[in-house]
Design a protein around this ligand. Structure first.
Ligand SMILES: [Zn+2]
Length: 73
């Protein structure tokens, strides 16, 4: 299973664990509002995960999408 670096806490996370990582395990997500925002973004990111699963984008491209999408503003 491929993985990416969490855009928030920088730990390595398997692709099928990213959603639950944001929900429960990310040490960098410390507020309810940040968690809600990350889950909304995760719904968008899910489309990218599906593209990756079909081999349309590489893991490196997926990482770049994650960094862009979840970038802290
Ligand atoms: Zn994290």
């Amino acid at each position: 299973m491929a993985g990416i670096q969490c855009p928030y806490c920088r730990s390595a996370v398997a692709l099928d664990r990213i959603g639950v990582h944001f929900q429960k395990f990310c040490s960098a997500i410390q507020s309810e509002s940040m968690r809600d925002a990350s889950m909304k973004k995760f719904n968008q990111f899910y489309l990218q995960l599906q593209s990756h699963a079909r081999g349309e984008i590489t893991t490196e491209e997926l990482q770049a999408e994650a960094n862009e999408l979840f970038r802290l503003k």
